[in-house]
Ligand binder design. Structure first.
Ligand code: 0O2
Length: 245
């Protein structure tokens, strides 16, 4: 009798360890992708003097959320079925200032030789009927463990600040009304998604004009840095001389 309790406890401990290891794979995959994003961000800043990324956040789905999704999808709770079916256990959300940055970043990630692109969903070119916009990538990253290599899927959502603002409010509303959102709110959300898209287009145009202006001013070598009220400004050397003398 005592031996059987011991056996049961050992089995329980073993399966707990395996689940922990399974979840760790997703955490390591996030670490790998986060490092890649960090490298791209720093190198891009250095080469182009510009940072296309505003914010990066990541999370591993909680076991409760995984179980809920598995039940919703009607799959067994085995590790292999969960791994095959639930692709967003590891998720990264990146916010960019402009739509062009989203596609630029997406291309840079998709071109990395050690990553496999499982799927790309472009809800920017094809927004969801409710107005949701974002670019979703499903990337498979190899994670080198002590005794094996695990291929782990990570969902990367890339969006502008305006898209993110809209999605987080819509998410909150959806849960507040327990998924029974009043029709007038659905309509207003749809309208605000269009306003957010318009804002993105306007900001992009302003950025384009700024870039043209920068090109007219000339290369970095022609710029001088001045400090005004502790703010750093980069102005054409001539301009600085004319104004400062
Ligand atoms: P959470 O809590 O953010 O993780 P899936 O349901 O993932 O198996 P699907 O629907 O093909 O398959 O995935 P899709 O379209 O790539 O969307 C997955 C995730 O995108 C969602 O995860 C949300 O994070 C986000 N998303 C998609 N559509 C909407 C939307 O209409 N509004 C908002 N606010 N977010 C959306 P989860 O698991 O649903 O939620």
């Amino acid at each position: 009798m005592e031996a059987s309790i011991k056996d049961d406890l050992r089995k329980l401990k073993d399966s707990k360890r395996e689940i922990m290891r399974f979840m760790m794979g997703y955490k390591f995959a996030l670490d790998e992708i986060n490092t890649k994003i960090n490298i791209l961000q720093q190198e891009f800043q250095f080469v182009h003097d510009y940072n296309p990324i505003e914010n990066v956040s990541s999370r591993v789905k909680s076991p409760e959320s995984i179980m809920k999704k598995a039940t919703k999808k009607g799959i067994e709770l085995s590790r292999s079925d969960v791994k095959k079916t639930i692709k967003d256990i590891a998720g990264i959300r990146i916010t960019c200032s402009f739509e062009t940055d989203i596609y630029r970043l997406s291309t840079m990630l998709q071109n990395q030789a050690d990553l496999k692109v499982l799927d790309v969903k472009d809800y920017i070119k094809n927004p969801k009927p409710n107005g949701y916009r974002s670019l979703h990538l499903l990337l498979v990253v190899p994670v080198f463990m002590s005794d094996r290599v695990e291929e782990v899927c990570v969902e990367v959502q890339i969006r502008t600040i305006a898209m993110d603002f809209w999605a987080s409010l819509e998410h909150k509303i959806y849960y507040k009304y327990n998924k029974e959102v009043p029709v007038d709110i659905i309509r207003e959300l749809k309208e605000s998604a269009e306003s957010a898209a318009q804002l993105d287009r306007k900001m992009e145009k302003i950025q384009l004009r700024m870039n043209k202006l920068k090109d007219q001013i000339g290369d970095d070598e022609d710029l001088s840095e001045i400090l005004i009220d502790k703010e750093r400004f980069r102005l054409p050397t001539n301009f600085t001389l004319n104004r400062m003398t």
